[in-house]
Design a protein around this ligand. Structure first.
Ligand SMILES: *Cc1c(COP(=O)(O)O)cnc(C)c1O
Length: 414
């Protein structure tokens, strides 16, 4: 069988061998490294040392101090802890009930905020522009005396747009509102120093940057008040549960290596992504680039192929050996257009044809070349099955609303 191509790094990334190697002794009981880190005996001390060593590595990557890092089971848990934790703490202290977020957050943040909105809190979902950007002025205007939390993602997982987090953070700080960012798509890809970003809380997930699945972290700036989701004494009372030692060790290694390799990786993956993008634009008519052409993470591109159904495209591409996604992995299986594409003003019929390509460390020029042979062919085959496409070819086109707010890709690609 031909080697399959994986362009779905925003869903998850492969575990890096260095992380696996470091994790193995904590999985293999023969090494004796299976103690509970909370135990007093030497078995416990050994794993405690490993956990604290990993904490230091994560803290370094974020420019934080170790006691500001709480290990969790995933990015979703980190997000939920930040949002519900601050909300319930504010409730207990009889503070306000107003929360500000954006319309394009990851489902975990979106659903958490919708849940709170239906349960006594009042949430403002800020709109974004055609490129997916939140306007910091909108944040400023939305803040009320009773605002207890702002949560805006660092980069969007579907379109890759990078939000002006540092600017929003300054506003939040001026108004003394705790500020959380879901940085699951940026940690390990681009710099995410918490002081540069002016954030009070930041979520990350190991499996999005070559660490293992099922482990994440939440940065909590000293002085930020929040309740735990799981009650108990671990993680300084901030997250109960015996630590996932192998996972945490893997996260530590992924963090340490990211600090070293991030800049070079970003450069090479951006070059591949741009080449893929250019090839698609040049070889396929009626395509749109969704998202912001420049303010975005280096590995992601999102295209709408008109007269094509995104889900069908993903299935056929997979048959040809190219793994991509329609956007959010969690939204797959539903035919509803993505909330992100709707929020940036992509008309429903165009949003339906959206496909996300997200590249990573193991992507090669050869992968891109092969993908550029597969994609135009699959799109042409799908179009040949579309009655709308047949009408268009016969000049009987039912006019598609011009998507004015779309960022159509400029010819010369940077
Ligand atoms: C993947 C992702 C999450 C969820 O992380 P998990 O570790 O899979 O729970 C949250 N936010 C964003 C932006 C993501 O891309």
């Amino acid at each position: 069988m031909k080697k399959r191509i994986y362009f779905d790094y925003n869903s998850t990334s492969p575990l890096r061998p260095e992380a696996m190697e470091a994790m193995m002794p904590y999985l293999d009981s023969a090494s004796g490294l299976y103690g509970n880190p909370s135990s007093v005996h030497s078995f416990g001390q050994d794993t405690r040392t490993a956990v604290e060593d990993a904490r230091l590595k994560v803290a370094k990557l974020l420019g934080a101090s170790t006691d500001e890092i709480v290990f969790t089971s995933c990015g979703s848990e980190s997000d939920t802890t930040a949002i519900k934790g601050v909300a319930f703490s504010a409730q207990e202290r009889k503070k306000g009930r107003h929360i500000i977020t954006s319309a394009i957050e990851h489902d975990t943040v979106l659903f958490c905020c919708e849940y709170l909105n239906q349960n006594g809190f009042d949430v403002t979902f800020l709109p974004v522009d055609g490129g997916g950007l939140v306007n910091p002025d909108d944040v400023r205007k939305a803040i009320r005396p009773e605002t207890i939390l702002i949560s805006i993602m660092h980069a969007n997982n579907e379109i890759g747009t990078l939000e002006p987090i540092a600017e929003i953070g300054k506003i939040a700080r001026e108004r003394e509102v705790p500020f959380h960012t879901d940085a699951v798509q940026t940690v390990g890809k681009i710099p995410t120093k918490v002081d540069d970003l002016h954030v009070d809380m930041l979520s990350l997930s190991a499996h999005k940057f070559y660490g293992p699945k099922g482990v994440g972290a939440l940065y909590i700036r000293k002085g930020t008040r929040l309740h735990p989701l799981f009650h108990g004494h671990h993680e300084k009372n901030r997250r109960a549960g015996t630590e996932n030692v192998p996972g945490i060790v893997g996260l530590g290694v992924a963090s340490e290596m990211a600090s070293v390799e991030m800049a070079q990786d970003a450069k090479s993956v951006a070059a591949l992504r741009d080449r893929l993008e250019k090839g698609i634009i040049e070889s396929i008519p009626h395509v749109h680039l969704n998202g912001h052409p420049t303010k975005r993470i280096p590995n992601t591109t999102n295209f709408s192929f008109e007269y094509v159904e995104g889900e069908g495209c993903v299935v056929l591409l997979d048959v040809e050996g190219l793994a991509v996604s329609t956007g959010s992995a969690c939204a797959s299986g539903t035919t509803k257009a993505s909330h992100v594409l709707r929020a940036i003003g992509v008309p429903p019929n165009v949003a339906q044809g959206a496909v996300r390509f997200s590249l990573g460390r193991l992507s090669t020029g050869n992968d891109v070349d092969r993908a550029l042979k597969i994609i135009p062919d699959v799109v042409a085959r799908l179009r040949s099955l579309s009655p709308l496409w047949a009408d268009k070819q016969a000049g009987r086109e039912t006019k598609i609303t011009p998507a004015e707010r779309f960022v159509k890709h400029p010819k010369g690609l940077s």
